[in-house]
Design a protein around this ligand. Structure first.
Ligand code: ADP
Length: 542
């Protein structure tokens, strides 16, 4: 028997309509590329989004069309999220840090109809325009006074488009499984693959976020997404924040430690979200200034493993760390490191040990680990296997890519994450490594994350990465690559001595290489692929 309830479709624009009414005064603050700070509210954004919908329709955008953005975190980018999705089109966020080749592939594969671009990235489009579809429409996300000099023909001006429209627009109804967003994974091997989010999955994901992260996702709290809107929808914040009434503070292009510190102080940011590499800069500035931004109470760290010493540094200054795990294909939230009351009452050292794990699943995400033959392994905190997921906001395949779609799910319909993990009976997840980053030495596995975590605990190490290098006797051996801390020398014996306190002899790197900086991926994570390529013949030079 079926229930007798209304079957209203879930649409992302209902989030903004709700926010405009219920949390209408909550602010959206943006550092702009034109200079200065822009302030608005969810009420005004919703109104402008309806103007934008009218403008998009005039440009010929219809249901299912892909409309691309190449932009920093800012209010116009947020408007595009809703204006595009609200008319049934698909907001395709492009990562400006991708290579030219990948960007050309993505724009053509997505068959984008319009591309909206921040001033910073106009030169990129100008250089690539001959490789893009001939009828692609270009719009600069600025006002008339700041329109750039460029060879891009017929470059339109965002604010001109808006000025020509009224806010007289009713969001159309459509099936909740209609696509609303498209995000390509950075694709460390092969071409990038597109995760195509639906209105339903996105609304559910926003609700999953709000119920899981109640410390910051609530009215009166101010959140700084350092994680970009072009990286998996800034982990869902453009939806979860308005849904909850929390304010958003967008940093624009100013992502260095001093700028982030100042913005957080000026705007009284409570919670900041981003990958570990961005927090190194902020921690450095906090040290230099002798204090944290005054309202700073929480940091959400995800995208790659948060090193234990980083967690310790934040917790010691009363900034609560929430270590989260997920991926583009999961919209992205999978697990969050929110401790229960009992765990939170543990001594600091034990709390930090728990926070160094990746947390527990959010509602709407199921996890399983399997052995090499696909058999399920127990969630006993000991067994390690490949992590598979399923859920309401997990991809069932990739956009226009049958081959990758087929190989991404198992016979039971679960998605293979490519991560190796263990799960405790309480649901606590520990990511051992990405399968491709594990080091196989003499038939035994070494977790690069474990070794990195320990090395980061040495005072002479500012940042580090551990990769496998080929070895004739053991197959692979770990190589430790270190960025020395300021003023520290290159003291390999001392670092190895420190590691030997916690690692077995066979797990110890044979060599340490010192470098000035580590290469980063387009999403700001340490690029182990680049490091492996540098050292793939066993060479140890930086
Ligand atoms: P990409 O960087 O390849 O575009 P994602 O941003 O979706 O893709 O990255 C997802 C991957 O990042 C996960 O499969 C996992 O390997 C890694 N990851 C994300 N969060 C964490 C975390 N907290 N700890 C360890 N690894 C993580």
């Amino acid at each position: 028997m079926q229930g007798l309830m209304m079957n209203r479709p879930m649409r992302v624009n209902d989030i903004l309509t709700f926010a405009a009414e219920v949390h209408g005064d909550s602010e959206v603050v943006s550092v702009t590329v034109e200079g200065g700070t822009h302030r608005t509210t969810y009420r005004d954004i919703e109104k402008r989004t309806r103007k934008l919908a009218n403008a998009l329709i005039k440009l010929g955008v219809t249901t299912g069309d892909r409309v691309a953005t190449l932009a920093w975190n800012g209010y116009r980018h947020l408007e595009l999220y809703y204006g595009i999705a609200g008319i049934g089109a698909v907001c395709h966020t492009i990562n400006p840090r991708l290579s030219a080749e990948q960007m050309i592939y993505i724009v053509n594969h997505a068959e984008d109809k319009v591309i909206f671009v921040d001033l910073t990235f106009v030169p990129i489009l100008n250089a690539l325009k001959d490789h893009f579809p001939k009828d692609l429409i270009y719009v600069a996300m600025t006002d008339r006074a700041h329109m750039p000099e460029t060879d891009i023909p017929n470059l339109l001006c965002y604010e001109d488009l808006m000025d020509a429209e009224t806010a007289d627009f009713d969001w159309p109804d459509f099936d909740e499984n209609t696509a609303c967003g498209l995000c390509y994974t950075s694709g460390t091997t092969g071409n990038p693959k597109g995760a195509l989010y639906s209105h339903r999955s996105t609304v559910l994901h926003a609700m999953m976020g709000v119920i899981s992260l109640q410390t910051c996702l609530r009215p009166g709290k101010r959140i700084l997404p350092v994680v970009p809107l072009f990286h998996v929808n800034a982990w869902g914040l453009p939806y979860a924040a308005p849904l909850s009434g929390a304010s958003l503070v967008f940093p624009g292009a100013a992502l260095d430690g001093p700028s982030v510190h100042k913005l957080m102080e000026d705007e009284q940011v409570f919670s900041a979200w981003g990958v570990p590499t961005v927090w190194m800069g902020l921690l450095g500035e906090i040290k230099a200034k002798g204090g944290k931004p005054s309202a700073f109470g929480e940091v959400i760290i995800g995208g790659s493993a948060a090193p234990r010493p980083m967690i310790e540094a934040f917790e010691n200054m009363d900034v609560s760390v929430c270590h989260a795990w997920g991926m583009t294909e999961m919209s992205p939230i999978g697990t969050v490191g929110v401790l229960n009351l009992e765990q939170d009452a543990l001594p600091q050292d034990q709390r930090i040990d728990l926070k160094a794990k990746q947390g527990r699943r959010v509602f709407g995400v199921d996890l399983k680990i399997v052995d090499e033959d696909g058999n399920r392994m127990p969630h006993d905190g000991e067994a390690q296997g490949e992590l598979y997921v399923r859920g309401n906001a997990v991809v069932s395949g990739y956009f226009k890519n049958e081959e990758a779609s087929k190989s991404s799910v198992d016979a039971e319909g679960w998605f293979g994450t490519g991560d190796v993990a263990k799960i405790e009976p309480s649901g606590m997840l520990t990511i051992t490594d990405r399968a491709k980053d594990l080091i196989k030495s003499g038939g035994e596995w070494i977790s690069s994350i474990d070794v990195e975590n320990m090395a980061m605990g040495h005072e002479g190490v500012a940042n580090c990465a551990v990769i496998a290098i080929p070895d004739p006797k053991w197959d692979e051996r770990p190589l430790l690559i270190v960025v020395p801390a300021e003023g520290a020398g290159q003291d390999a014996p001392s670092i190895l001595d420190h590691l030997s306190k916690n690692l077995a002899k066979w797990q110890l790197p044979d060599e340490v290489v010192f470098v000035d900086e580590l290469p980063l991926t387009a999403t700001g994570k340490v690029s182990k692929l680049t490091l492996r390529q540098r050292h793939n013949d066993g060479t140890l030079s930086a």
